[in-house]
Design a protein around this ligand. Structure first.
Ligand SMILES: [Zn+2]
Length: 147
């Protein structure tokens, strides 16, 4: 489906999302959920994603992957650290290394992978998704010191 016009993301990942290199040696990561674009530079906040679900797809050059530590994002779907204890009244904690790596990516060099409309079966379901988005946004804001 069509990505909304006002989203910051690229049509295709053609260069390294971190440094902009078009080096032939690169990996493509396409597991990270759409909500986590908010950790990237210029990415869309979870509450701005609206009624969509999906993934982000980005390219990372060999140097950034191996030397700059972006390999921590391999197969990453969420930036939530399931082992860590949540603090400061947040419902979950973030994985510091992964958030730091995601923060190095420029959203304008990241593309949308899968995109599908969220089809709510009920109002409570919709509210649940909304509250999850708000929680993700709050915990990211806190991580980046934007509170
Ligand atoms: Zn790079």
């Amino acid at each position: 489906m069509e990505v909304p016009d006002d989203w910051p993301y690229a049509d295709e990942p053609t260069v390294c999302a971190a440094c902009g290199s078009d080096d032939d040696r690169y990996v493509t990561v396409e597991s990270l959920g759409l909500v986590w674009g908010a950790a990237m530079d210029g990415g869309l906040a979870p509450t701005a994603v609206g009624d969509y679900s999906g993934t982000l797809r980005f390219r990372c050059c060999h140097d950034c992957w191996t030397e700059e530590g972006l390999a921590v994002l391999e197969d990453t779907q969420t930036l939530v650290d399931r082992e860590a204890r949540a603090e400061g009244g947040h419902p979950f904690a973030l994985d510091d290394e992964q958030v730091a790596a995601a923060a190095r990516l420029d959203a304008e060099r990241v593309a949308v992978g899968d995109l599908r409309p969220l089809d709510y079966r009920s109002d409570p379901e919709r509210e649940h998704v909304r509250s999850q988005d708000e929680a993700a946004e709050a915990v990211l804001d806190s991580w980046f010191g934007r509170e």
